[in-house]
Design a protein around this ligand. Structure first.
Ligand code: HEM
Ligand SMILES: CC(C)=CCC/C(C)=C/CC/C(C)=C/COP(=O)(O)OP(=O)(O)O
Length: 307
């Protein structure tokens, strides 16, 4: 970042950020690349778990890139809609739109191009069912979740659905049927998000309060409600995460998976309980870390037993 003190207006870009590599970095940031990267892993996982022996490399490629583009579009439109609120929060004030390094119209055009490109790829590769799921997921995130954030704590239930659908998109793209397996993968992702987000909602509560977001930690600043939601999410996650043992390629591997899933859930429940008992900086940090460990370790475990 530059130390320049030049004042910028909504229509003037900061001079130090006009190089094309810096602009590319700003466009990249609009897509929330770390969350999209994690989503891509879940998509590839869903695809792998459902794929038959004659799976197509092209369909996998088009599913991942197409969903990545649609998810990047959703994040960009979310940032476009929230640009004035992002300016009020420490965590987001330096994003390209509130920091005025990109113009709102540029983000709107970029997000629209990503959506069209992603939709075309999904139509050409995996086909209509995956495309419809992708569009549904985009609508959930941009049209329902984003405006709901300033209106009701129900926003988390909706946002969590948009975060869990991509794994089902991968599953469906590979020819998997809607059934208990697909539902359980969706369920794991869905429930995992509650402790994940409650930790964040606590850590960012002052930001959320300032921007007027209606979150569990702003309607109940004691953290009690967030703690309960984290515990309920992690407790329900335990039985739901056992269901995909069905996808293991032998009884021994299924047993190993069950043990692994129980271990991960117990750690997650423990971190949720510690947070609920004493909501604070240390317990919320531990819970967030536990969430960011749970997901890749669960994915790794399931992929290894499904070989
Ligand atoms: C209700 C749903 C969700 C909400 C509201 C949410 C919100 C957030 C927020 C605000 C952060 C930034 C935390 C910080 O700056 O300290 C974050 C981090 C993260 N989230 Fe989530 N998230 C949700 C679901 C998901 C899903 C579905 C995934 C991936 C499958 C995911 C993956 C991550 C990762 C990898 C990080 C750490 C990297 C980063 O800070 O960007 N999240 N989440
Ligand atoms: C195919 C498709 C459309 C997939 C969408 C995948 C996706 C972007 C999931 C994000 C889940 C989520 C609720 C993130 C938090 O957003 P936030 O607005 O609360 O985060 P912020 O405060 O950092 O902006």
């Amino acid at each position: 970042m530059s130390t320049s003190t030049t004042t910028t207006s909504a229509t003037t870009l900061a001079p130090e950020r006009t190089g094309w590599t810096a602009r590319m970095a700003d466009y990249w940031e609009l897509t929330k690349p770390r969350i999209v990267a994690m989503e891509l892993i879940t998509i590839a996982m869903g695809f792998y778990l459902a794929a038959a022996a004659d799976w197509s490399g092209w369909v996998l490629f088009a599913t991942c890139l197409g969903t990545g583009l649609v998810a990047g579009s959703a994040s960009t439109l979310n940032m476009w809609l929230e640009r004035h609120l992002d300016a009020l929060m420490n965590r987001t004030a330096n994003r390209p739109l509130p920091a005025q390094r990109l113009r709102p119209t540029e983000a709107l055009v970029f997000g629209s191009v990503l959506l069209v490109a992603g939709a075309l790829l999904l139509a050409a590769g995996p086909g209509v069912p995956t495309l419809l799921l992708g569009i549904g997921c985009w609508i959930l995130y941009v049209v329902i979740y984003t405006p709901l954030k300033t209106r009701s704590t129900l926003n988390t239930a909706v946002g969590a659905a948009s975060g869990s659908l991509p794994i089902v998109m991968g599953w469906v793209a590979a020819g998997g049927e809607f059934g208990l397996s697909a539902l359980s993968l969706f369920g794991v992702l869905y429930l995992w998000q509650y402790p994940h987000f409650m930790a964040i909602a606590w850590r960012c509560r002052d930001d959320y309060q300032r921007a007027g977001y209606v979150m569990s930690t702003t309607v109940d600043p004691t953290g009690r409600r967030a703690g309960i939601e984290a515990i309920v999410g992690s407790l329900l996650l335990l039985p739901v995460s056992l269901i995909p043992a069905w996808l293991a390629s032998s009884t021994l591997l299924a047993a190993l998976y069950l043990g692994w899933a129980v271990l991960l859930s117990v750690v997650y429940i423990w971190a949720s309980v510690a947070f609920a008992r004493s909501p604070g900086d240390a317990t919320s940090r531990t819970l967030l870390r536990a969430s960011l460990l749970y997901l890749p370790l669960w994915i790794l475990g399931l992929l290894l037993v499904a070989v």
